[in-house]
Design a protein around this ligand. Structure first.
Ligand SMILES: NC(=O)c1ccc[n+]([C@@H]2O[C@H](COP(=O)([O-])OP(=O)(O)OC[C@H]3O[C@@H](n4cnc5c(N)ncnc54)[C@H](OP(=O)(O)O)[C@@H]3O)[C@@H](O)[C@H]2O)c1
Length: 288
């Protein structure tokens, strides 16, 4: 899968207060940093973020060929934009996925989505039907690759028998290490399934939270960052990138400087002992 080593996440784009020219400039600056992949979901910003991005693409048509669009489907929010949803639910049915992709293509003002992810595991999923839906989208040229997000290793194994999965998008950060313990990252290594990483800075809590775990981790990040001559956020990205699953971290910030700090982690090869220092600070105890 051809994604940039750091991916820009757009979950919060509607909060950044950017008019169309500023959105175009923001995308251009990300591209200048080598960030060419942009992570969306149909639901972001209450079903508005894809349109905000699409307006920028329409205003600067040369941009589209220089970037890859990732988007997601499968969550039905109860929201004024979708009055037909009576309850929050997950839906991987053919009808929902096909309609969602058509909505995303319209909103993004594009004819194709490079990577479509099933956002959350639908407990009523019929994997053969989903595989057939994927084949239809591929044949129509609407979606080029498929992946999943927030699935269990068992769900990934079931789907991978039927669909050529390009990634598993998961939460992972120095404050959220569940994927190290529940088999998710082992499965990624085993299958060569490179994970995309959401909330790599724990949604900002890494730098703002006051609980004991955050304070311990922050102290170690600052110490290691000073030793390596980088920003603490850069150290956090380097910690994620050090995992053998070869993760693709997704930034969440609207600040170009924060994107620059993420990219600065790419040449940094963290010594294993430094990696374990962060692990220990997060867990609050030594290795057994
Ligand atoms: N698949 C899923 O279920 C799922 C779930 C959540 C997110 N995602 C994707 O993952 C992306 C990233 O998630 P996230 O937004 O939670 O990422 P994050 O990088 O962990 O958090 C970003 C937040 O941290 C703040 N922040 C505080 N200090 C920062 C610093 N030193 N450097 C950078 N940011 C700092 C940012 O504020 P400023 O803007 O002020 O810098 C921003 O509000 C999302 O945009 C979305 O595309 C996917």
């Amino acid at each position: 899968m051809n994604l940039s080593p750091i991916i820009a996440g757009l979950w919060r784009l509607h909060e950044w207060g950017l008019d169309v020219p500023a959105r175009v400039r923001w995308i251009e600056q990300a591209l200048e940093l080598g960030i060419t992949s942009f992570d969306h979901a149909d639901i972001y910003g209450g079903y508005t973020v894809e349109s905000l991005f699409g307006e920028a693409l329409a205003a600067a048509p040369g941009l589209r060929e220089r970037l890859q669009i990732v988007t997601k489907c499968g969550i039905k929010l109860q929201h004024p934009a979708r009055p037909q949803h009576a309850l929050k639910s997950y839906d991987s049915s053919r009808e929902h996925v096909l309609a969602s992709v058509d909505n995303s293509l319209r909103a993004l003002r594009t004819d194709r989505i490079e990577l479509l992810l099933l956002h959350r595991p639908d407990l009523l999923m019929q994997p053969d039907e989903l595989a057939d839906t994927c084949r239809r989208l591929l044949a129509a040229g609407k979606v080029l690759r498929f992946g999943v997000s927030n699935h269990t290793p068992g769900q990934v194994a079931m789907l991978r028998k039927r669909i050529d999965l390009a990634t598993h998008q998961i939460e992972f950060s120095p404050l959220q290490m569940k994927a190290l313990a529940d088999g998710t990252l082992e499965q990624c290594v085993d299958l060569g399934l490179r994970p995309m990483i959401w909330s790599p800075l724990a949604g900002g809590r890494l730098f703002t939270a006051h609980d004991e775990q955050s304070q311990r981790v922050r102290a170690v990040l600052h110490e290691l960052a000073a030793r390596h001559g980088v920003a603490p956020a850069t150290l956090a990205y380097a910690w994620i990138l050090r995992h053998p699953a070869r993760p693709w971290p997704i930034t969440g910030s609207g600040r170009i400087e924060a994107l620059r700090e993420a990219v600065a982690a790419l040449p940094l090869q963290l010594p294993a002992e430094d990696w374990y220092r962060v692990w220990q600070a997060s867990m609050g105890h030594e290795l057994p």
